[in-house]
Design a protein around this ligand. Structure first.
Ligand code: ADP
Length: 422
């Protein structure tokens, strides 16, 4: 097996998939692992993305988990390390982006790295060090009110400096526009000034492609998922159909949806309107220890239908209904009850022979992946931006699964997804 080219550490689950998707589209064969694996890498791939859940945990724990991931990636021969965070630079004043970056730099013995969450395809651009979300500065985008990581300053040099002991600098758009030699020259100058971390401007994919070659040989890159599009070429890789090839799909098809986002509500309505069978789970019906009974009823309903095509099981509801349930059960309790039930449904459906599974909802995906005992996902073709098909090896011969976070995907996503598997 050839040595791993890129070893990635992502600070959350759906962010890991987003990064993996960009790498695959740029020509890398990628596996995503759920947490740090305990065994050596079994498949021959170009990149591994280790998905952690370290964005908002205490900095010391985030560092410990990230260093564990680094150790494992180094043991697999990773030639370059990529620390992936959110394209809105989600972090608290204490971190965790800065502390984890510095811990990785120390462990790798490197004195310089970059930091840029730019992801132009998703409207995240960095200009003169300021992060824009769409047409507005980060701190006017709604992110200033985020419950866990309020972002009240769009100046990333300042934000990063507040969480970093090393000096933070800037590689601006004018330098990036001049390409590799200019960026390398700027890096040399910044190093001389004692800068250890440089925020990099990027307002388009063209900028990210210009930046890519200058990152060749840098032991650590820290970024959102955007920078990834410029890296595979450094390893001699070009976009190819082979990179996203998964085993041939077979078996029955189903959709499990626990997302209540606007896009998912439209997708559920579209699937129902197409005449396909759909069963709703009402959160209140799961109370008083009734969850197992409801799950059994759902599976009994689905069993005879599955041979005729995909079925949908959903708790997806409009905001008013969700609020009413949350008032009755409490937000956390309602979420946990539904996640638990949908995860049991997903496991039951696989027990009935489902081998192509669409899951809607970030938290819902986490619960389903855990219930299915999935430790590793090979990343396949993109269905919609940010949402690829994946393949998980299982005892029953493997499962094709796609994990759609809330607002991703077109209205016909649930039907379209199965078509995309061929
Ligand atoms: P998204 O990606 O759209 O945010 P998530 O799965 O991450 O979706 O989050 C949705 C949350 O809402 C989950 O905790 C889920 O269990 C919960 N939930 C799903 N359906 C309902 C409902 N009808 N009422 C209340 N909570 C619900």
């Amino acid at each position: 097996m050839s040595a791993l080219k890129l070893g990635c550490i992502a600070d959350d689950f759906t962010g890991a998939t987003d990064l993996a998707n960009n790498l695959v589209r740029s020509g890398m064969r990628v596996v995503q692992t759920i947490g740090v694996p305990t065994a050596p890498l079994a498949s021959d791939v170009d990149a591994v993305v280790v998905a952690l859940k370290s964005r908002t945990i205490p900095a010391a724990e985030a560092i410990a988990q990230s260093l564990d991931a680094l150790k494992w990636l180094q043991a697999q021969g990773a030639q370059q390390i990529y620390f992936k965070y959110c394209s809105t630079f989600d972090s608290t004043p204490e971190g965790n982006i800065g502390p984890v970056t510095e811990a990785l730099m120390d462990a790798l013995g490197c004195d310089f790295t970059i930091a840029t969450p730019a992801f132009p395809d998703n409207g995240r651009t960095v200009f003169k060090g300021y992060l824009f979300a769409g047409n507005v500065l980060l701190n006017e985008s709604g992110m200033q009110n985020h419950p866990l990581t309020p972002m009240t300053d769009a100046n990333l040099v300042r934000v990063m400096q507040a969480q970093t002991k090393r000096k933070v600098g800037l590689i601006d758009y004018k330098t990036v526009a001049q390409g590799e030699a200019a960026v390398r020259e700027r890096i040399t100058a910044l190093r001389t000034e004692g800068v250890g971390v440089a925020v990099v401007d990027a307002t388009s994919n063209a900028d990210l492609h210009l930046l890519g070659p200058a990152l060749k040989g840098m032991p650590l890159v820290t970024a959102g998922s955007g920078v990834a599009i410029g890296l595979p070429a450094n390893f001699g890789l070009q976009p190819s159909v082979q990179a996203s090839q998964l085993p041939v799909a077979s078996g029955l098809q189903a959709v499990v949806s626990g997302s209540c986002s606007v896009a998912t509500n439209a997708q559920v309505a579209h699937f129902k309107a197409s005449g396909r069978p759909a069963m709703a789970i009402a959160p209140a019906s799961l109370m008083h220890g009734q969850s197992d009974t409801v799950v059994q009823q759902v599976l009994a309903w689905a069993a005879p239908l599955l041979n005729d095509g995909p079925v949908l099981v959903y708790s997806t509801a409009e905001p008013d209904a969700v609020k009413a349930v949350q008032a009755q059960l409490g937000v956390a309790e309602a979420g946990a009850l539904v996640e638990h039930a949908l995860a049991a449904v997903a496991r039951g459906l696989v027990g009935l022979g489902v081998r192509q599974l669409v899951v809607a909802g970030g938290e819902t995906s986490g619960a389903c992946v855990q219930a299915l005992g999935i430790a590793q996902l090979q990343i396949g073709p993109q269905i919609d931006p940010g949402v690829p098909w994946c393949h998980a090896p299982t005892d029953s011969g493997g499962l094709h699964i796609t994990l759609k976070s809330g607002n991703f995907g077109t209205e016909d996503f649930f039907s379209k997804a199965f078509g995309a598997l061929g």
